[in-house]
Design a binder for this molecule. Structure first.
Ligand code: TXA
Ligand code: MG
Length: 356
């Protein structure tokens, strides 16, 4: 199929373009669109065969469930049932925005949205193009991140084209996604609320509503069979091996990272580093850097992380060295994505006083 690519002004989405995208959704086709987190690969959430096309285009196993996006809180009752009062409080506080709620599923929703589960994940995005598309389509839109399975999420239309060109009917190009990391997934369907994926809405913000809330992201390798969705360790991976350094003082960590870059360069490998701007000078000449943001600015780093992984891939680096950005603000979402991109390979630096 030929993929139509349309540039859309996020502040004034052109109604004709939005209407043609909405017509594709209503007809069971696929439209990739920007959200404030990452680009989504959308299909009518109430149409099982349209959802099936998402799995095929992404080459994603059908056991990995899809988030249903809505434009209006009144659409929630079409999707979910037995909605607990806390869901309404959180929706009031954080929607539209980067929070996904996992709730008990309403009977009309096709099983393909979350095969083998009796739940549905719902989010109301804030991006004006996403909102315009949802309104024009008049139906909830199921949309995973618009990347092929296990690749870094798409934060620009060109990433969607790289991964899904020829497999999606239309891509709406609204420029860079502003957050760059996916939504926080909060499961409210069990006895205790729990965060399944840290993301754009922070744990501390949610704890104001749910004291004692914790993050229960588990990381499974491919040999571990599980019906827990979205918890495969290999996820968001660049082609290059990514080595993640954690612990120690920052100086010791940078020294170890720089030494690893030096050895790899000596072996003739192409090496990239994903580090804060002020740390680039710690690396030997020849190391490739993509500007991420300054140390501690997890918002800037989060916004550029996936694009930077893709840029280093495009430069065909063979090793990517990355350090822990801490747990402040978006730090825990960054850590989660990096741990998966590293497929669990963490190099732990000893603490300066000999403890670790
Ligand atoms: O920011 C986002 O959430 C983006 C944009 C496009 O909205 N979407 C996104 O979708 O990241 P995806 O499919 O890449 O990630 C959705 C996550 C997965 O980890 C999936 O397993 C989890 O949400 N999820 C979806 N439905 C679920 C359910 N019923 N129960 C538990 N987890 C669910
Ligand atoms: Mg994804």
């Amino acid at each position: 199929m030929e993929t139509q690519l349309h540039s859309v002004d996020p502040l004034h989405p052109d109604p004709t373009t939005i209407d043609s995208a909405a017509a594709i959704i209503r007809a069971g086709g696929l439209v990739a669109f920007p959200t404030e987190t990452v680009y989504g690969l959308g299909a009518n959430a109430m149409d099982g065969s349209a959802l099936g096309r998402i799995y095929a285009a992404k080459q994603r196993p059908s056991t990995d469930p899809i988030i249903a996006h809505i434009a209006d809180a009144s659409q929630l009752k079409r999707l979910a049932c037995d909605i607990p009062p806390i869901a309404h409080d959180l929706a009031q506080a954080f929607w539209p925005g980067p929070l996904t709620l996992v709730l008990k599923r309403a009977p009309d929703v096709p099983d393909a949205i979350a095969e083998g589960l009796n739940t549905v994940a719902v989010r109301m995005p804030a991006h004006p193009i996403a909102v315009a598309l949802l309104r024009a389509a008049g139906t909830p839109i199921g949309a995973p991140s618009a990347n092929t399975f296990t690749r870094p999420s798409a934060t620009r239309a060109e990433h969607v084209m790289q991964d899904l060109g020829g497999r999606v009917d239309m891509i709406l190009d609204g420029g860079d996604a502003s957050i760059g990391l996916e939504s926080t997934v909060l499961d409210l369907s069990g006895t205790e609320p729990v965060i399944l994926r840290p993301g754009g809405v922070l744990l501390e913000e949610l704890q104001r509503f749910i004291p004692g809330l914790t993050v229960a992201a588990r990381y499974l390798d491919e040999s571990t069979h599980s019906n827990a969705p979205g918890q495969m360790l290999k996820h968001y991976s660049p082609h290059a091996e990514l080595r993640l350094y954690s612990g120690g003082s920052k100086d010791r960590r940078l020294a170890a990272m720089s030494a690893a870059a030096y050895h790899a360069l000596e072996e003739g490998l192409l090496v990239g580093a994903l580090v804060a701007e002020e740390d680039e000078s710690a690396f030997p000449e020849g190391t490739l850097h993509v500007p991420l943001g300054s140390d501690g600015d997890t918002g800037a780093i989060g916004k550029r992380l996936f694009a930077a992984m893709r840029e280093l891939d495009a430069a065909e680096v063979e090793l990517i060295i990355v350090g822990d950005f801490g747990r402040e603000a978006l730090g825990s979402a960054l850590w989660d994505r990096l741990l998966r991109a590293a497929e669990g390979r963490v190099i732990q630096i000893a603490e300066p006083d000999g403890q670790d």
